[in-house]
Design a protein around this ligand. Structure first.
Ligand SMILES: [Ca+2]
Length: 479
């Protein structure tokens, strides 16, 4: 049995047809989902590229390692690639990996990369070498991966990174893999992460004039914690909230997703051509979502649904297709694949086997927890009705009724909900205590004397967001 792990970057759950989006065209992903166990309540462990990917390959929350988000305690932990390589699988990493350090192979036999940041491409990844040989430059339009405006790529579709990723997967499945043993292949698309720059004709595939905007859940700014208000200001998100900008960003975001969908179609066709489709487990997910203007925010980083609610489904031999609304997250990938491969999962893993969750044989999680170090650090904990977010910077918090799928009004300051705040805080403390008991020595502690830790509010932490002045980076059509 082979394993193909497909990861998209910054793909929110509601931007796929199968998950209910009536506008976007993702027929190949939808077909795959129709044959899969689909998880409707899948969340990322941490809505940032690097920690999410550490959780996917180690099965652990990053805060369980020495140093947490800011340490390198995770680097010695076995990856899924190490375990499967040792069990005789050929292991391939194709696309965006964001390993730390970036040149480390982490147990992968084949290593063909397309990273999307200047730090990660200093060593000239394989995609950059491909472009250089053709005399091309990826970001000739002048935008980079933190610019929240839109444009069309100057590259043709066949040279664009998403197509190149598809080429690598097809080539690997046809001739790159040894045919005498099974494989574990991670096919990781760096899109639809900004810049929102699909190549033609994907840049005009969705009409921004008629495109309904995402959920549009916008809690008044005065209800937000200081951390979020300063974050919005530091990134100048209000500029991007102009209707014309927001709808064009969304249409180009969707175009990039449809291009990924085309590549998924090529990959599944190649699996069939190679007569290994039925014998290959396909697990599809994203590392985190994209706000697209919800909560007057773009990108990810924090605990809102648009950032942490992700698509996740698995097609495996003998699995009855259907949906499951139990909470699952990225730490579940390692135990699931280990179980299907018939090998032992690492003794220290936070996840549960997805297929046992799907069949009702695993214990059901009452809460889903995400966190990151953004804005001084925060935790979100939720049930299917309530979401509570705690900010370490200043000890601020938010409480939402998320029954309708997004955060509409912060109820944490309303005395009528003090009991619910207390309940969610206690659940978070209990969750953290359980995790901390099982964490490595030197892992950060977030509770003290049975209470959540508190730091006086520090408004200086946002000074490090060094943005180029907006006027210098916006394309001419916006001026
Ligand atoms: Ca990412």
């Amino acid at each position: 049995m082979n394993f193909l792990l497909i990861i998209c970057d910054q793909l929110r759950q509601d931007a796929l047809g199968f998950y209910g989006n009536k506008i976007i065209k993702t027929p190949n992903i939808d077909n795959l989902a129709n044959e899969s166990a689909v998880f409707t309540n899948a969340y990322c462990a941490s809505p940032l590229c690097v920690p999410a990917r550490i959780s996917i390959l180690t099965g652990r929350y990053v805060i369980s390692f020495a140093g947490g988000h800011s340490g390198s305690g995770h680097s010695a932990a076995p990856r899924l690639s190490h375990l499967l390589k040792e069990a005789g699988y050929h292991t391939a990493a194709l696309g965006k990996m964001h390993f730390d350090p970036c040149t480390s192979s982490y147990g992968f036999d084949r290593f063909v990369k397309s990273e999307d940041t200047s730090e990660h491409r200093q060593y000239k990844d394989d995609y950059q070498q491909y472009l250089a040989q053709k005399g091309l430059f990826e970001w000739g339009h002048g935008l980079d991966n933190w610019d929240i405006v839109w444009t069309a790529s100057l590259l043709k579709k066949e040279d664009y990174v998403t197509t190149w990723n598809g080429d690598q997967a097809v080539e690997y499945l046809r001739s790159g893999r040894p045919k005498d043993r099974p494989f574990f292949c991670v096919c990781s698309f760096p899109k639809p992460h900004p810049p929102f720059d699909p190549p033609k004709p994907y840049d005009t595939m969705y009409d921004p004039q008629t495109l309904p905007l995402p959920k549009g859940c916008i809690d008044p700014i005065e209800n937000k914690p200081q951390t979020i208000r300063q974050w919005q200001q530091a990134w100048d998100f209000n500029f991007c909230m102009q209707r014309r900008i927001q709808s064009n960003i969304t249409s180009h975001y969707y175009g990039n997703i449809s291009l990924i969908d085309d590549q998924i179609g090529r990959i599944t066709e190649t699996l069939r051509e190679q007569k290994i489709y039925d014998d290959t487990v396909i697990l599809f997910l994203s590392d985190h979502g994209e706000q697209l203007g919800d909560q007057r925010c773009f990108m990810k980083h924090f605990g809102y649904e648009s950032s942490i609610h992700i698509p996740m489904f698995i097609k495996a031999p003998g699995i009855r297709p259907g949906t499951c609304d139990r909470f699952v997250n990225q730490t579940d990938i390692v135990p699931t694949i280990c179980s299907l491969a018939g090998i032992s999962a690492p003794p220290r893993a936070d996840g549960l086997d997805l297929l046992k969750t799907y069949s009702g044989k695993a214990p059901e999680r009452e809460y889903s927890v995400s966190n990151s170090a953004a804005g001084g650090g925060w935790f979100s904990i939720q049930t299917k009705k309530w979401k509570y977010i705690y900010y370490l910077n200043g000890g601020e918090h938010e409480l939402y009724d998320i029954s309708n799928g997004c955060e509409e009004e912060n109820l944490a300051r309303n005395p009528n909900y003090a009991g619910q705040v207390k309940t969610m805080q206690s659940a978070l403390i209990e969750w953290l205590s359980a995790l901390q008991k099982n964490s490595d020595p030197g892992a950060p502690l977030y509770t003290e004397n049975g209470k959540l830790k508190f730091k006086p509010y520090n408004d200086k932490i946002f000074n490090s967001i060094k943005r180029r002045p907006l006027a210098h980076r916006i394309p001419d059509y916006l001026t």
